[in-house]
Design a protein around this ligand. Structure first.
Ligand code: SF4
Length: 886
């Protein structure tokens, strides 16, 4: 069995063993040192020897040890909700896929996979679907994240190549962030940038984002650009580069095609589309041409767009025209959202790609891969991209679907449609760590997969560094590695030899050996130098930047040309800006932007387990400009209903002058398990970029209106509880659970409501209920300890949530006051999750202790001195106080 041979967790009898592994979350790909202790806890530290983070971690990474509970884990295969043995479950999956293929052909089946799979998992899945089933119907949630960058790279460079390295960020004199809230989404890169800026006063930062975010506080210039208008801005830059004589004529003459056409198209574009003032645009253009060492970092704000690929190419055009690419401190830099989005791209995990960055539509490439695999067939046309795949599931074209390591019922656009599509599919298999995800609940067969800390393989981060994810604990129950599950199904479908893998090292070796065959095509991706590694060498593999060949290891690409097009020359594209696909109108007057919060990851299946990660943002919210809110009658902390023809959501209102008027923002993490009305992707239309197929998740149109509940509620309990109200959002707290809730009718009997809500029998009850004012406060005690408490009122509940949650398990006699006594000031909502320092404590420190810098706050209050994720917010609080004083 594939679990065999993994290290045992520490038992206390032996000295603690530290395992060097890689973070499970974003594409920065930080190295992590994990040390299990005898009590089952796992100490986490940043790996000082890993080139991505050099010892740093953000708050999500540093809390990895708090996400390892086996609570909620899928421990055995399940068929139609009943536990089954592996043989029966795998036979059923193989049989259902076989029958669909026999009856309806290979394009009647599909895999929907994930950038959180390891490269070995991805490789085996791609091999099975493309080379043996004979369809390219394998697509990945990276389609929602990176596909526009892939398309842009291929159009400009001939391959999907990230030219530079993280060190370029530190060597630059100008870093331009486009559509990237680096401080929250790639925090360790943000920390590296902040440190570089502190050390180099010449280094300037420009932040291009419709929203002012935590990242903007580091920026010398924030450009609140109109959604979707990035092409117009970079076209203006290209014209300026030309006018200022900043074109690198030698580089263009030697290595680039399409300059004249790109410049002509850029000249005919209209910078006014950006919504920026001439002075703002002019300042940006001047900064760009005054500094040679420019790095442009871009992520989802660029990619998740109906013109995402064009935005990428508009950025690449400027770097190609100036030759500022592949040299120290210079280059375009796409940063990936997921830990192994890059690995997935390398093995051909997208429906339109082949392994090793080869082209599915190139017969020579197909023949080489098919020959190497000795496979009976080979997909010869692109398969269904994510949005189209779920349309095909809904229409019945896909008869058998296998979802691996992802939760499309929450994360896909038009998520309610996707739920209906999956629910109606003839056969659905889901491999996941958890059986309760919104998607796993719809599976005919649920297969327990290993998770972080158990998985064994490799990932590639945004700077092309391949790192080992190593196991340091046994998988729970019968969980197995994804590569092993897929290989087992492949063998059951009749391809014994091709899927006779017995270890991840064997899979990786085959993958590396494929490079020795495909290298004759002269592509960028080549790891032939890693073929033939022994199991020990593979186990000990240090972080390694590809390519790894006899001639070149690591380094940058394209500083001296050498592009991977047929001519060897890069392409500049003639581009004109386009409007976002959906324009707001009188029915849907707001543009909805979606994104991440600081302390959560994707659909929260793992980060949602760490209580301290829920303290920063415990429920989904709607960020809206105060003037828009006033027009709609939306007070802070009330609830708003968003709706459009695709779906609806109810969210907590947060006034913010960081928003442009007419635009709103909502985070995308909440699921049917954590917030009944918070699945924001239900409102994202399935509109995609025509080149990349990536959905426009940053610019849906919605109507916003007050949701007027009869009451608002807040509750805590030592045991898990699940409100059954019209609105609710729940999260873990240090020793229990909390929930915000509301409904359009109020309970007639609050004590009976509390009984049903908590399901706790035989408790001593203390209450304060006033029907005239609508105030209800109920506390439940057992054995003299507070086990649950409920607060309700007609207005948003004004209690100190941290204080209330902290009373659980204590005598908690003062809990109904909802606030600490005068001798215990309310710390307020958590800003620093590492040291649990609240906003009120920090503001008091600024006002009363005279703290004037982030470092001074750290020295006095500890805040920001561990992972550093809250430092941008500390800086913002200082700025706010400073502005108020001026
Ligand atoms: Fe993990 Fe944070 Fe590093 Fe991303 S920045 S890889 S989430 S520790």
């Amino acid at each position: 069995m594939d679990g065999a041979g993994l290290p045992e967790a520490a038992t206390g009898a032996e000295a603690p063993v530290t395992t060097a592994t890689t973070c499970a979350y974003c594409g920065v790909g930080c190295g992590v040192l994990a040390t299990p202790a005898a009590d089952g806890s796992v100490a986490i530290k940043g790996d000082p020897d890993h080139p991505a983070n050099l010892g740093r971690l953000c708050v999500k990474g540093s809390a990895l040890g708090e996400t390892l509970s086996t609570e909620g884990r899928l421990l055995a295969p399940r068929i139609n909700g009943q536990d089954a043995d592996w043989d029966t479950a795998l036979d059923l999956v193989a049989d259902k896929f076989h029958k669909a293929i026999d009856t309806h052909g290979p394009d009647s089946v599909a895999f929907y996979v994930s950038g959180q799979l390891l490269t070995e998992d991805y490789y085996v899945a791609n091999k099975l679907m493309k080379g043996f089933i004979g369809s390219a119907n394998i697509d990945t949630n990276s389609r929602l994240c990176m596909a526009s960058s892939v398309a842009g790279h291929k159009r400009a460079f001939g391959t999907d190549t990230v030219p530079g390295t993280y060190e370029d960020i530190e060597q630059a004199d100008l870093v331009v962030l486009v559509g990237s809230n680096l401080a929250w989404c790639h925090p360790v890169l943000y920390q590296r940038l902040a440190a570089a800026k502190a050390a180099n006063p010449r280094l300037k930062v420009v932040n291009i984002d419709p929203r002012r975010t935590a990242t903007s506080d580091l920026a010398d210039l924030h450009l609140a650009i109109a959604p979707g208008s990035d092409v117009a801005l970079f076209n203006a830059l290209l014209v300026h580069i030309h006018e200022m004589g900043a074109v690198d004529s030698r580089f263009v003459a030697d290595h680039v095609d399409g300059f004249d056409g790109a410049l002509a198209a850029a000249s005919s574009d209209d910078p006014a589309r950006t919504g920026l003032t001439e002075a703002e645009i002019s300042r940006f253009l001047s900064l760009w041409t005054a500094r040679e060492k420019v790095v442009t970092i871009y992520s989802q704000g660029v990619n998740q767009s109906s013109s995402g690929a064009d935005k990428v190419n508009a950025i690449l055009n400027c770097h190609l025209a100036t030759g500022r690419i592949g040299k120290p401190g210079m280059g375009p830099f796409s940063v990936t959202g997921q830990p192994n989005a890059m690995g997935g791209r390398e093995v051909g995990g997208l429906a339109n790609m082949l392994a090793n960055h080869l082209d599915l539509e190139n017969a020579d490439h197909r023949d080489a891969v098919q020959g190497f695999w000795a496979s009976p067939t080979m997909a010869d046309k692109p398969g269904l991209k994510a949005v189209d795949m779920f349309k095909a599931v809904k229409s019945g074209q896909i008869k058998a679907l296998w979802v691996m390591c992802t939760n499309p019922v929450v994360s896909m656009p038009d998520a309610d449609y996707v739920r209906k599509a999956i629910a109606g599919c003839e056969f659905v298999a889901v491999s996941d760590m958890y059986g309760s995800t919104d998607t796993a609940q719809l599976a005919h067969v649920a297969l327990p997969a290993t998770g972080w800390g158990e998985k064994d393989g490799t990932v590639t981060n945004s700077e092309r560094v391949i790192s080992r994810q190593r196991p340091f604990r046994q998988p729970p129950g019968q969980a197995r590695h994804d590569w092993a599950i897929i290989a087992d199904v492949g063998r059951r479908m009749g391809w014994e030899e091709a899927f006779a893998f017995s270890s991840p090292a064997e899979v990786f070796d085959e993958y590396a050996r494929l490079s020795t065959v495909t290298r004759s095509f002269g592509r960028d991706f080549d790891i032939s130098g890693l073929s033939g590694l022994s199991v020990t060498d593979y186990d000990n593999l240090s972080p390694t930047r590809w390519p790894v060949t006899s001639g070149k290891t690591g380094g940058r690409f394209f500083g001296d040309g050498g592009f991977f097009t047929a001519s060897g020359r890069a392409n500049m594209l003639a581009l004109r800006s386009k409007a976002v696909a959906q324009a707001p109108d009188s029915d849907l007057p707001f543009v909805l932007n979606t994104g991440r919060v600081r302390d959560q990851w994707h659909t929260m299946t793992r980060t949602g387990q760490a209580a301290r990660l829920s303290q920063h943002t415990g429920e989904p919210y709607l960020e809206i400009h105060p003037e828009d809110a006033a027009k709609l009658g939306l007070e802070p902390a009330t609830l708003a209903r968003l709706a459009n023809p695709h779906g609806s959501a109810v969210l907590r209102v947060k006034h913010s002058d960081n928003m442009r008027r007419g635009e709103v923002f909502a985070p995308m993490h909440w699921t049917g398990q954590t917030a009944v009305t918070g699945r924001i992707n239900a409102l994202v239309a399935p509109v995609t970029d025509p080149v990349s197929g990536q959905p426009e998740s940053k610019a849906a149109t919605v109507a916003v209106a007050p949701y007027a509940p009869a009451y608002y509620g807040f509750a805590v309990s030592l045991s898990e509880f699940h409100p059954q109200t019209g609105y609710w959002a729940r999260a873990r707290v240090a020793n229990g659970w909390q929930a915000e809730f509301a409904d359009i009718t109020a309970p007639e009997d609050w004590l009976a409501f509390a009984q049903t809500l908590f399901g706790i029998e035989g408790a001593d009850v203390t209450s304060l209920i006033d029907d005239a004012t609508g105030i209800a406060r109920v506390a439940l005690y057992k054995d003299g300890k507070l086990v649950a408490a409920l607060f309700a009122s007609r207005d948003p509940v004004a209690v100190a949530r941290g204080f209330v949650a902290g009373q659980l398990g204590t005598c908690g006699r003062a809990v109904l006051a909802g606030q600490p006594g005068a001798d215990q000031p309310d710390p307020g909502p958590t800003v620093c999750a590492c040291f649990n320092v609240g906003i009120n404590t920090i503001l008091r420190g600024i006002d009363e202790m005279g703290l004037t810098s982030v470092d001074a706050i750290g020295e006095a209050l500890d805040a920001g001195t561990n992972c550093g994720s809250c430092r941008p917010e500390l800086s913002a609080l200082l700025n706010t106080r400073k502005q108020a004083a001026e």
